[in-house]
Design a protein around this ligand. Structure first.
Ligand SMILES: [Zn+2]
Length: 86
């Protein structure tokens, strides 16, 4: 009975989500989701299921849209992003 289990350790044991849970991200079609509301594929690879790279929505984007009267919000849970304190 082999006792060395190191051969059974795959690279997947080191995976951690690339996306931050509370950050909003632009996905394909311009839809916006929290990191935690994105699919697991996007969370771990930074790309959604269509292979499109997701991009973090910056505070500048949020502010610019707010100035136009548009509140950027997650399309999955509809919560506005938490405003960063400065
Ligand atoms: Zn959300």
């Amino acid at each position: 009975m082999p006792t060395d289990t190191s051969l059974r350790r795959g690279p997947e044991t080191d995976l951690a989500p690339l996306l931050s849970e509370e950050t909003l991200y632009f996905t394909d079609n311009g839809a916006i989701y929290h990191g935690r509301c994105c699919g697991t594929s996007a969370q771990f690879t930074g790309r959604d299921i269509s292979g499109q790279r997701v991009e973090a929505v910056s505070q500048a984007d949020i502010d610019a849209c707010a100035a136009d009267g548009v509140a950027l919000a997650c399309e999955a849970c509809d919560n506005p992003p938490q405003r960063k304190r400065r």
